[in-house]
Design a binder for this molecule. Structure first.
Ligand code: NAP
Length: 259
C-alpha cells in the first residue's frame, strides 16, 4: 500500500530506528504520530504530532490510548517499535519491568486501539534474540520468573510480545499483523546495559552494526508492503522463521491477559 496520505502511529519514536522511521515515513507522505517517553525529545522528532507514554505504567498507556482515540478515527499502521533492556524490577502495576515494557504495555496499547486499526496493520519491532528464548510457566512471567540476566529476560519478553501480537491478529482478523528483526543497529540501545558497559560494547562493535536508517528502511518497507504480513516474522524486510513458540495459538490464549 502506498503510505501517501496514510495515518501511522509509531512508538519508540524519540531515538534510534524509530526517529529515523518518522523521517522516512514523512517523506513517503504519511501523517506520522510519534510516541516517545520524553516529551521534549519526541516533540523534536514528531513536531505537532508528538505524544508521550511510559510503558512501565499501564495507567499512562491507557491515557495515551484515550488521547490517540480522541484524535484519530482510523490508524493505517501502528508501528510498535518501543523496546528496551530495562533494569530488573517490578513496576507500580506489580509486573516484572522488562516483561511489561516490552510485552504487556505494547499489548495494552494495541488492544485499546483495535477498532481504530480495522483494515490496518500492526508492525512490531522484534529481536532475533527471541529465538533463543523459551516460555515455560506462563503465570510466572509477570513475576519475572525464572529470573534471567538482562538480555535474556529481554529476549523472553520479545518472544511474549510476538506471541501476543499474533494472538491479537487471531482475535482481530480485520487487522494485519507481523514483526521483524531489523539487524543489530548502532542506536543508543546499549545505554540500558549501563553507561560504561553500553558505550564500550557499542564502540567496539560499531563497524559491524547497521545504521538506524537501515533499520528504519526495513520498517518502512514492511509498513507499505502490498501483501498482508499475515502473522509473519521477518529478518530485515525478508520473511524469516521465528521461534516455534511465536506461532503457538495455545500460548497466545494462555498469555492473553484478562481484560
Ligand atoms: N539496536 C539493536 O541492535 C536492536 C536489535 C534488535 C531489536 N531492537 C529493537 O528495536 C527497537 C528500537 O530500538 P532502537 O535500537 O532504536 O533503540 P533505542 O534508540 O534505545 O530506542 C528505543 C525506543 O523505545 C523507547 N522506550 C524505551 N523504554 C520505554 C518505555 N518504558 N516507555 C516508552 N518508550 C520506551 C525509547 O525511549 P527513550 O528514548 O525515552 O529511552 C526509544 O524511543 C526496540 O524494540 C528494540 O528492542 C534493536
Amino acid at each position: 500500500m502506498t503510505l501517501d496520505g496514510r495515518t501511522v502511529v509509531i512508538t519508540g519514536a524519540s531515538s534510534g530506528l524509530g526517529a529515523e522511521a518518522v523521517r522516512l515515513l514523512g517523506e513517503r507522505g504519511a501523517t506520522v504520530h510519534a510516541v516517545g517517553r520524553d516529551a521534549e525529545r519526541t516533540r523534536r522528532v514528531g513536531g505537532r504530532h508528538a505524544y508521550t507514554v511510559d510503558f512501565a505504567r499501564l495507567d499512562d498507556v491507557r491515557r495515551l490510548a484515550t488521547e490517540l482515540r480522541a484524535r484519530l478515527d482510523h490508524i493505517d499502521v501502528l508501528a510498535a517499535n518501543a523496546g528496551a533492556v530495562v533494569p530488573r524490577g517490578v513496576t507500580a502495576d506489580g509486573i516484572d519491568a522488562v516483561f511489561q515494557v516490552n510485552a504487556i504495555g505494547p499489548w495494552l496499547l494495541t488492544t485499546l486501539l483495535a477498532d481504530r486499526l480495522r483494515g490496518g496493520r500492526v508492525l512490531a519491532t522484534n529481536s532475533r534474540s527471541h529465538r533463543g528464548a523459551v516460555i515455560g510457566d506462563v503465570p510466572a512471567l509477570a513475576e519475572g520468573r525464572p529470573p534471567l540476566p538482562g538480555h535474556r529476560a529481554y529476549a523472553r519478553a520479545k518472544l511474549a510480545a510476538g506471541i501476543l501480537l499474533r494472538e491479537f491478529g487471531r482475535r482481530h482478523p480485520d487487522v494485519d499483523v507481523g514483526d521483524f528483526h531489523a539487524g543489530i543497529l548502532a542506536t543508543d540501545f546499549g545505554r540500558y546495559l549501563g553507561e560504561r558497559t553500553g558505550r564500550a560494547a557499542k564502540t567496539a562493535a560499531r563497524p559491524f552494526l547497521g545504521s538506524p536508517a537501515d533499520g528504519a528502511a526495513c520498517l518502512v518497507a514492511l509498513a507499505e508492503r502490498d501483501t498482508p504480513l499475515a502473522g509473519g516474522h521477518h529478518t530485515r524486510a525478508r520473511p524469516a522463521r521465528g521461534a516455534e513458540q511465536l506461532y503457538s495459538p495455545d500460548l497466545g490464549r494462555d498469555l492473553w491477559p484478562p481484560t
